[in-house]
Structure formats: C-alpha cells, structure tokens
Design a protein around this ligand. Sequence first.
Ligand SMILES: *Cc1c(COP(=O)(O)O)cnc(C)c1O
Length: 388
Amino acid sequence: MNSWRAERLSQLPAYLFVEIDRRKREALDAGRDVIDFGVGDPSDPTPQFIVDRMAEAIRDPANHRYALGVGMLELRRTVVDFFAQRYGVSLDPDSEVVVLLGSKEGIGHLPTAVVNPGDVVLAPEPGYPVYVSGTIFAGGTCHTMPLAERNGWLPVLEDIPAEVRRRAKLMWLNYPNNPTAAVAPLSFFEEAVAFARKHNILIAQDAPYCEIYFNSPPPSILQVEGAKDVAIEFHSLSKTFNMTGWRIAFAVGNREVLAALAKVKSNLDSGLFQAIQHAGIAALRGINRPEIREQIEVYRRRRDVAVAGFREAGWPVAAPQATFYVWAKCPPGVDSMTATSRVLDEADVVVVPGAGFGPAGEGYVRLALTVSEERTREAVGRIAKITW
Ligand SMILES: *Cc1c(COP(=O)(O)O)cnc(C)c1O
C-alpha cells in the first residue's frame, strides 16, 4: 500500500535524541529527581515591561486584524535603531528588514526563496538541524562544513572542495554558535564575505545569541564592508528576552534576498500578530534595561558554577564567552553517548550528546544553562561522583 507521507520526509536527518528523551521520561516516571540541561529554552519568564506592553496592545482592536507585509514600520525602525547603536550599521527600514514568526520560520523558508533544485547549501556541523531540513524541503543538497575545536569551531573555508564551491548557492553560519558556544571574530566574517563574493555564494548568518555574551560584544557580519551584497543575518527576540513562545524575530541585509524571502512568506503566512510586534518594539527599546543585563549575570553565575564543577570532576571544559550553553568536553576516552547515558543513569542529570548534532560533535555534551544556580551546583556535584 502507498503511504500518504511524502518521500522528502524520509530524507530528513534522523533525530538522535529520541533515545535520551525516552530515558529521561522513564526517569521522571520513576519519580527520580531529574535535573534537565537538555533543552535550549530559557526557563525564566519574559520581563514584566514586555508582558505589560503586550497586555495593553492585545486590548486594542487595531491589532486584531491580519498584519500583512514585512512587519510594522515602527518595529522595522526600531530594528534600524538597534542596529545603528549596537553595530554602527545603517539599514533601510523599507527594504533591508523583514519581520519573522521566530527565526526558525525564516531559516526554514530561506532555501525555498533562494535555492534551485540541485543547488548545494553549506551547513555547519555540529549545527542547528533546520539549516538541513529547510534545504531538503527546497530540493537542495547539503554539504556539511565540519567545525573543530582546533579551529575555534569556525569552518575552514579552504577545505570546501572546488566542485562544491561551484555548485553552492547558500552558506549557513551561526555565531555565537549553538551548540559549541563559539564566537566568530570580525576577521572571520571578513574572510567569509570575501569567499562568498569570489564564489558567488549567499551567506545567511544566524545570530539568536548575539546579545548573550560575557565579555566583548560579538560582531554582526553586516559590519563587514560590502557584506550586504552577499549576506543576510537572522536575529531573534527569543533568547535575549526569554520570549521563545512568542515567535518574533527578524532578518536584515541584502534587499533582493529579503524580498524573495518576503515573497515566500506572503504566500504562506499573513504576518505576525501586531500585539506581539508592539511587545517586540518595547523589548528592543529596552535592551539596556537592568532586568535584561541581570539575566546575563544569571547566566554568567550558572556558567561559572558549571565550568568550575566540571573541571573539579576532571572534565576539561572551556568557559563559554557567549550563549547560554556549556559545550563540555567529555572525560578522556569517553564518547558523548556513553557520557550522556551514564550522567543520566548515575546522576539523574540530562545533557545532550554532541554526536546528536553531527559526527563532528562527538566527544562533547551540551548543557543549556536554564537551571537555577543552586540546582546547577547540585548537578555538577552529582556528576563529580561518577568514576570514568
Ligand atoms: C533558538 C535558535 C533559533 C530559533 O530561534 P527562534 O527565533 O525562537 O525560532 C535559531 N537558531 C539557533 C541556532 C537557535 O539556537
């Protein structure tokens, strides 16, 4: 019998976290005191000033209708102001900003807007799975760019074979990086823009963690001279403002590419609920408010507790400079699946195996710092008792 299911769904990469999910549920069902660093979703609430703006906006009937188009002009102007202040980059609100229903939506749809069947899309590995699935839905072919610690978790562009460069249409970058927490220096973005220009490749740089940093602010690829000729950048309010459930993000950069993305979107969605857009304006304008800065300090304290605890336990863990992830190198000789499963069985702690993000993630596990400082201390204390 034929299946109703389209064949393209079988081309999607296997979801390697199934086994861990199942065992986590078993542990919870058995009543064990599980500490979960698995999901990259902030557990702290959206700041009150944003919720208040939403509550006000939702009562206004002017916000109840289809919000057609690329986002309210006031929101796009707020994005322009944010970009000018934060990066010193000027944008045209009419042609260089598109509002998204979360950046995952834009990331998933971009290949439909720019990739022709048979085109190659370059995707970092380990990496966010949507770079691959969006490509598959658009009929493109993925070529992975392995990331390694010895290269600062940056792709080595010179290693991309000539044939792949010729066929490549789009290259995904993601800094600050999930899952490795690496930050790309502006010099890498310069190199990437020069490469893209030379080989006629569009760069899509995914930056949802650009405001979660502990030392110097990470750069935008649009700070590179002429980057708008070959690049767009995705930004999201999800992680910065604890707004993952709200679905609000934006893309900026090359106007032809953004117009193509907007064309796809106009056929699939009818815009972002305007009340959320008003809340987003309040959020972006409030980026320097103390509650936003304090959230970063919360992540910094959790990071310090986690990193110190792992090092004491004999794991050679590097302190991340950005994102709310710790990308922990496993004890010598232990693979990521074994580490994950023993940490769950023997310490009731959930981490994510690096191999689940692709083979280059082997030898590492990812922790999301979405657990309180006290529970983080408890978790690393339990992990320290395991003998490897
Ligand atoms: C969280 C995340 C996103 C998606 O963010 P949304 O705006 O909530 O869709 C995109 N890319 C990476 C790398 C992420 O970690």
